[in-house]
Design a protein around this ligand. Structure first.
Ligand SMILES: NC(=O)c1ccc[n+]([C@@H]2O[C@H](COP(=O)([O-])OP(=O)(O)OC[C@H]3O[C@@H](n4cnc5c(N)ncnc54)[C@H](O)[C@@H]3O)[C@@H](O)[C@H]2O)c1
Ligand SMILES: [Fe+2]
Length: 380
């Protein structure tokens, strides 16, 4: 039996923030980062919590939240006697809140703390997923936590909060969305429900990411990218991801490449690898993944005479988008030295194969397969 469920109530459109006013007789803590505190966004969110007994702000979240931060967050929650946590920020703020609440529940502090996620990037989809990614900075390892307890109770999508994201962050996080939707679409667990979500997500992202990147104040583009990100989150929450994320997690942990950027650099190579394009082009053999990728290529208006030509057109289009957004194409461009890479290459390959995301990749991954994908970006 397969099941499909969405626990999180998604609030969007005009007055979506008003849902916060309905949370009465609670002690609230806002988990966020320094930018959201400085910009006044955290105070603005606090002002909507009109029914709360108390509102405190934990503004310490850093990108790729480390384990120590979760311990600090837990102490803050206990001190505030929190009943609800409002996570305001990108995936890092939302993931840190999720992991902290899980610890609070497991440690016996409170079993029913509610989580309201308010994303300020259109990227991770963390507002609707049962994943949280925590980093052990000392060991250079990213741990994806997977537990239904991590699912937020409410997600509020307000595109105005994303307007301040600079073009670089817009591009990185937007490519994260496209990677989520494409990996979910060709996941070995994909089904009609996840397909519907992934297809709509991709339709929106390919149309509106270039617009949001070119003009961050384009509210329609911001709104559509926020929707796209949330839909992709629902899709991959149901059917998981693939080796693109399996490798990107390692590049983030070892070299601190932002999550979306690491995914973006790998994306055309992973898609070409999954379609087995090099082997199949001459013979014109189709695979399940190549047929699916060709469908996406057609959906976004690319043309080609057959399946493999369409997949090639999709990979070329992804390259074009990387170039147009100034996204690094190689590890050298991303600031990684050859020596640093060579020193950890075996560890990256090993950890990518063990990463939970890799299990649903359409091509069964081997050390040689991961090495082949890496060889396309390991250029100096
Ligand atoms: N839980 C999941 O399902 C899931 C999925 C994918 C990735 N992740 C994780 O999420 C993290 C990445 O999250 P992210 O890509 O959203 O970035 P992020 O939360 O790490 O934020 C990146 C930077 O953008 C800034 N920022 C965020 N919103 C802004 C805005 N509106 N205006 C100006 N600056 C803004 C932040 O202050 C920060 O400096 C990684 O740790 C990744 O592993 C989680
Ligand atoms: Fe991601």
């Amino acid at each position: 039996m397969q099941t499909f469920k969405v626990k999180t109530k998604v609030c969007f459109g005009k007055d979506a923030m008003s849902v916060l006013g309905g949370l009465t007789d609670v002690n609230a803590v806002i988990f966020t980062d320094a930018f959201m505190v400085k910009s006044g966004a955290a105070d603005r969110i606090a002002s909507y919590l009109t029914g709360a007994r108390s509102v405190k702000i934990f503004g310490e979240i850093k990108p790729d939240p480390p384990i120590e931060l979760i311990a600090d967050g837990l102490a803050f929650l206990i001190d505030a006697d929190a009943d609800i946590v409002v996570a305001l920020g990108g995936g890092s703020s939302i993931d840190a809140a999720k992991a902290t609440i899980l610890m609070a529940k497991r440690s016996g502090f409170k079993s029913d703390i509610k989580l309201i996620a308010i994303p300020t990037t259109s990227g991770t989809g963390s507002e609707v997923t049962s994943f949280a990614v925590i980093t052990d900075k000392e060991k250079g390892i990213k741990y994806p936590l997977v537990d239904d307890e991590l699912l937020p109770d409410i997600a509020i999508l307000d595109p105005e909060l994303v307007v301040s994201a600079p073009a670089r962050i817009t591009a990185d996080t937007g490519f994260d969305v496209i990677t989520h939707a494409l990996e979910a679409y060709i996941s070995t667990a994909a089904n009609d429900y996840s397909d519907a979500l992934a297809e709509k997500s991709l339709q929106l992202a390919f149309e509106f990411l270039p617009r949001a990147y070119a003009d961050g104040s384009d509210l329609l583009a911001r709104e559509k990218m926020h929707t796209s990100s949330c839909l992709a989150g629902m899709a991959f929450n149901a059917v998981s991801l693939g080796v693109n994320h399996g490798i990107a997690h390692q590049l983030g942990a070892k070299f601190h490449i932002p999550h979306g950027r690491a995914n973006a650099m790998l994306l055309p190579h992973v898609m070409r690898y999954n379609a087995d394009l090099n082997a199949n082009f001459g013979a014109k053999t189709e695979t399940e993944a190549s047929v699916r990728l060709a469908k996406i290529a057609r959906m976004i208006g690319l043309s080609g005479d057959d399946t493999n030509s369409l997949v090639l057109a999709l990979c070329k289009h992804l390259f074009y988008m990387l170039k147009m957004t100034g996204t690094p194409l190689t590890l050298a461009d991303a600031g990684v030295s050859k020596e640093a890479y060579e020193a950890v290459k075996p560890a990256i390959i090993d950890a990518a194969l063990r990463d939970a995301c890799t299990a649903t990749n359409p091509r069964v991954m081997t050390p040689d397969g991961v090495a082949e994908i890496l060889s396309h970006i390991a250029i100096w």
